[in-house]
Design a protein around this ligand. Structure first.
Ligand SMILES: [Zn+2]
Length: 130
């Protein structure tokens, strides 16, 4: 493995974008073999070669910039996904409401019967069953 370490000196290596491209390539490969589509099979090599090019690239600054742009593109999707997961986890103990005036998401404990909910944002009060 020493030769690999020597070979990778000064090269960019792997990052989240490269991993994403490799996963995309694997998905396209499976999809093409499932659909028996040779065009899709050829297309599945494109993200693979881009990922390999990025890993062995010596232009580290440019690759870092690409990685940063990818992170900026993905972060809203990822944060929405994280919020969705935390809502599912909390669904046994909490109930979610949307404020009728300012549309703020409100989280209240479940199983308390009819309660008066005050929106912390606009101070609007409404009664809901939890
Ligand atoms: Zn409100």
């Amino acid at each position: 493995m020493n030769w690999l370490k020597k070979f990778m000196i000064g090269r960019y290596g792997s990052d989240n974008l490269s991993v994403f491209l490799l996963i995309l390539s694997i998905i396209l490969t499976f999809a093409s073999s499932f659909a028996r589509n040779s065009v899709l099979m050829t297309m599945s090599y494109i993200p693979l070669f881009i990922a390999l090019y990025r890993m062995f690239s010596k232009n580290i600054q440019k690759r870092s910039m690409e990685s940063y742009k990818f992170a900026m593109l993905v972060s809203p999707i990822y944060s929405r996904y994280k919020r969705f997961l935390s809502r599912i986890r909390a669904s046994k103990t909490h109930k979610y409401f949307k404020c009728t005036t300012c549309k703020t998401n409100l989280r209240v404990p479940k199983g308390k019967g009819k309660i008066l909910i005050t929106c912390p944002n606009c101070k609007k009060e409404f009664i809901k069953r939890t």
